[in-house]
Design a protein around this ligand. Structure first.
Ligand SMILES: [Zn+2]
Ligand SMILES: [Zn+2]
Length: 394
């Protein structure tokens, strides 16, 4: 570590992490399924979006084939391409928001957007001249001081499918995608409430920067086939970590200066990566290198946040000094903890099913149906002030 201050901060962070992990909810409460579409879990996940921009104005529009219903107090506005009114502009106004469609302006304390029957819907949210993004879910916009707060609510299964689509190689076999789906669902189920007002944000803090996959895509099929299944350790779901590629053996959190009270993890053999290590190399300045140590994941993350994710891609590397630079040569991608995505793909190609893959990378766990965790049941809420920790993979 570079300074005692940083070391002290890390210790505080890890001890709070350990405390927070003890608060994980038990996966036993099975609530009645609410009336929803086929394949939904009955559990909503709330994601704060575009907060990084602190927007005072946003626009919502309906893509082709989508009808959006905007609710502002008693007013109901329908946005639809075929009707000629397909977008609305929302800005901070008075105590709430002002919604403009064409020449009509409606003021309200908040705006909600959904399908005709309150269901999830495809919509486009944009900050003019800055960013445009497509979502599937329902949307709520409120204000806090001069900033609009946009929260997308989506069914947990939609969220799982979005993560699987983003995390998987396009040619990954179905059983590998199913293993990824169970790991992602476990993370979402066990780590909710990372923020005060919502569960996850869309920055690197929570890494929920995802677009939903197409209906019928391989990711969607894998999610439907594993619906409600999560990984449990000692009868509790845990925020399962996963990594792009290990170096022939996965790592334990303890090997990397991390703690994980929810699940100990294990260092397991990964035959594929042993035979086909993913190699990388980079150069960093000697000054940047002073904070770097191959058994300190927090130091690697903070360096990569500053220099970019290609700077130090894993914790398995050797360093060679060349004048005032350090030449790094490493293998693996990501922290190396938990499920190895490259190894899981190879296991599936050789005939393993998703349960065999999961029990290989997460020994001593069970795969259990966890239809619902009660809303606001805690999870890792104490972690909200510790942005560096417990991303499933980086
Ligand atoms: Zn966050
Ligand atoms: Zn591996």
């Amino acid at each position: 570590m570079k300074s005692t201050n940083a070391a002290a901060l890390l210790i505080v962070r890890l001890s709070l992490t350990a405390a927070a992990l003890l608060l994980l909810p038990v996966c036993s409460t099975v609530l009645a399924q609410s009336v929803r579409g086929e394949g939904s879990s009955g559990v909503d996940i709330h994601i704060g979006v575009l907060g990084l921009f602190h927007p005072s104005q946003v626009s919502v529009s309906a893509p082709i084939g989508s009808a959006l219903v905007l609710h502002t107090g008693d007013e109901r506005i329908v946005l639809e391409k075929s009707s000629g009114v397909d977008s609305a502009s929302i800005r901070v106004s008075g105590d709430g928001v002002a919604v403009t469609t064409g020449t009509r302006v409606v003021r309200a304390s908040k705006l909600t957007v959904s399908g005709r029957n309150g269901e999830e819907v495809e919509f486009v949210l944009a900050i003019p001249e800055k960013i445009t993004r497509r979502y599937r879910g329902t949307l709520q916009i409120t204000r806090s001081d001069d900033t609009l707060i946009a929260i997308v609510t989506m069914d947990r299964e939609t969220a799982v499918a979005s993560v699987v689509a983003a995390e998987s190689a396009p040619d990954a076999p179905l059983e590998a995608l199913k293993a990824q789906a169970v790991a992602a669902r476990s993370y979402l189920a066990a780590s909710r409430g990372r923020h005060q007002e919502f569960d996850f944000c869309d920055t690197t803090h929570c890494q929920f920067l995802r677009e939903p996959p197409a209906y019928g895509s391989a990711a969607a099929v894998a999610v439907a086939a594993t619906r409600d299944l999560v990984l449990e350790y000692e009868s509790r779901p845990f925020p399962a970590m996963y990594t792009r590629s290990c170096s022939g053996r996965t790592r334990t959190p303890a090997q990397l200066g991390l703690s994980s009270a929810a699940y100990p993890y294990y260092s397991v053999e990964c035959k594929y990566c042993r035979a086909h290590p993913a190699r990388w190399s980079s150069r960093i300045s000697a000054q940047d290198a002073t904070a770097l140590h191959s058994s300190d994941e927090a130091a690697r993350l903070s360096l990569d946040r500053r220099l970019g994710w290609a700077a130090v891609q894993s914790n398995d590397f050797v360093a060679k000094k060349e004048s005032d630079e350090l030449l790094l040569a490493g293998t693996g991608k990501g922290h190396g903890i938990g499920l190895c995505q490259s190894g899981a793909k190879a296991m599936a190609e050789q005939g393993a099913d998703f349960r065999q893959i999961l029990s290989h990378y997460y020994p001593n766990t069970t795969v259990s149906a966890c239809p619902t965790l009660p809303q606001g049941s805690g999870g890792l809420h104490r972690l909200r002030d510790f942005p560096d920790f417990h991303l499933p993979h980086e």
